[in-house]
Ligand binder design. Structure first.
Ligand code: SF4
Length: 516
């Protein structure tokens, strides 16, 4: 046994050398513990790109610490028999007999519960488990809970304004720069018929030996999991993540605002930043990310609507949903406002569907572990709501397939935003749309065997059929909400015969969800 003072347990989404857990690290007396365990790739059916991203980033981080002469005990998948994080921790405690186990708050309620139970079961040996605040975030869990006390319904806009004032972000005294808080109305452009102009490519990094090893291990130990790794080229180190941030700000940010909601076939990356995974694993800090965007605004290199839209995502939405997650768990995970219980169509795991929009979005998701926020919300998300999929099924899917998915970010976005499972605690209405929205915002519908404007019959678009069926089924609820009352009015105009035909078509669609 090698006795240590602090055993610092670093989880896969805590790859920050300046984290609170490492703040008082003493190379002579402390040890960092990191582990790849099967449970983190199997409690949901984690897609290969996601597991590879985590393993590659973790292995590089361990090497970066070792280069600074930190003592690191790194347990690779396949080199040990410990199934879960707490199993590894128990073994390491036996080995090092630490005075304290030190770590940062986990990003996942499930892991926090496991750790609490683990510590409680070791009262007899007086395990000293110290969980420090995650200072990566600009709003702590306690600060968010305090802020939320003042509101019956939580709304992003109020939180966002508070954050800008509190942190002095894009402010001129007490007023927002250029006199407006929000340029969302300028952020909804679609591409012209011919598609986007040539887009500056996102940064792709050829896998080095460490990443190649991580990829090989994922192929070996999770061979049956969904997704592919041939195209894996994500930045997995802090240095490369910083380069990716710089490239985004210099080359794509100026156009990001206008086209952030647009979609186009075979264009998986568009003008988006593609740094969410690096941010969520803490390779990047949100303060440096917004500073880079604001510097572009101040230097006249990016317009206000692009920079404000980007800043709103980082210090607004990202921090807001993290606060909501910790406030609402575990109830959020159990919520099912509409009592939906249908199975997720099998093609969510393969992309093998005739619906062009779903095939393109799911195809790129399984290939890269990435789709942008409108693809996630308005394509795969809304369809699962309209198809009445059980919330747990679709929540598990989102947590499994995206390389940036940690539960604090995934669950509120899915349960709260995409499928309205919590009945609108922090959104003012269910987000629903027909195929006509997808037609307006993309080119997916051209060449699709379904027609976005058709509700019934052989060419009916499943999105459109199920959208109108949702209006039919929930007419009263929609009529009672000022933000959806127009939808209720449009279904109210439909004749009895048309409604009957619509219900029959929806029945056929539900019966054949796996074959769409
Ligand atoms: Fe998707 Fe319907 Fe458009 Fe086909 S027609 S791409 S299914 S929205």
């Amino acid at each position: 046994m090698k006795k240590c003072r602090h055993l610092v347990f670093v989880l896969g989404d805590q790859l920050d050398e300046h984290s609170s857990a490492l703040a008082d690290f003493d190379s002579d007396r402390d040890v960092v513990l990191m582990a790849e365990v099967a449970e983190e790739s199997t409690h949901v059916w984690s897609a290969k790109p996601r597991s590879a991203f985590f393993f590659a980033a973790m292995r590089h981080f361990a090497e970066a610490l070792r280069a600074k002469e930190y003592s690191v005990d790194y347990r690779r998948i396949g080199t040990h028999d410990f199934a879960s994080l707490v199993d590894v921790l128990a073994d390491a405690i036996k080995h090092y007999a630490p005075d304290k186990v030190v770590m940062v708050e986990p990003g996942d309620w499930r892991v926090e519960q496991q750790l609490s139970a683990f510590a409680a079961a070791r009262q007899a040996i007086k395990l000293n488990l110290v969980i420090r605040e995650d200072q990566h975030f600009m709003c702590s869990r306690t600060e968010f809970a305090e802020w939320a006390k003042g509101y019956k319904r939580l709304r992003l806009e109020y939180f966002y304004r508070m954050m800008r004032k509190r942190h002095g972000v894009m402010m001129e005294g007490d007023a927002p720069v250029q006199g407006r808080w929000n340029f969302d109305a300028e952020n909804r452009g679609a591409f012209p018929k011919g598609g986007p102009k040539p887009i500056p490519p996102t940064m792709r990094v050829a896998p080095d030996a460490i990443t190649i090893g991580a990829i090989a291990d994922v192929e070996a130990y999770f061979a049956e999991h969904p997704g592919t790794l041939d195209a894996f080229a994500w930045p997995v180190t802090r240095r490369d993540a910083l380069s990716a941030l710089k490239q985004f700000v210099d080359e794509r940010l100026p156009m990001f605002g206008e086209f952030q909601d647009a979609m186009w076939t075979n264009e998986p990356f568009l003008y988006h930043a593609h740094i969410s995974a690096a941010l969520n694993l803490k390779l990047l800090n949100p303060r440096e990310v917004i500073a880079a965007a604001i510097a572009a605004l101040e230097g006249g290199r990016a317009p206000i609507e692009a920079v404000e839209g980007f800043v709103r995502q980082v210090i607004g939405w990202r921090e807001f949903i993290r606060g909501v997650y910790w406030l609402e768990m575990p109830g959020l995970r159990e919520s099912n406002h509409f009592n939906h219980d249908r199975k997720l169509p099998a093609w969510y795991w393969t992309g093998d569907t005739k619906m062009n929009c779903m095939r393109d979005t799911i195809g790129q998701t399984l290939k890269y572990g990435y789709a942008h926020h409108i693809q996630r919300l308005m394509v795969t998300g809304i369809f699962s709501l309209l198809a009445e999929v059980a919330p747990k099924d679709i929540e598990d899917w989102y947590l499994a397939v995206y390389i940036d998915a940690v539960e604090w970010v995934e669950l509120p976005n899915v349960a709260g935003m995409a499928i309205y499972a919590n009945g609108g605690r922090f959104t003012s209405k269910p987000y629903i749309a027909s195929g006509q929205y997808i037609k307006r915002m993309s080119n997916y519908c051209s060449g699709c065997r379904y027609k976005p404007e058709v509700k019934t019959g052989a060419t009916a678009c499943p999105f459109t059929t199920l959208y109108w069926y949702f209006l039919d089924k929930h007419e009263e609820m929609l009529a009672g909400n000022p933000r959806t009352s127009l939808m209720a009015k449009s279904i109210a105009k439909m004749s009895v015969q048309d409604r009957e035909a619509l219900r029959a078509q929806a029945g056929v669609t539900f019966e054949n969800l796996d074959k769409l």
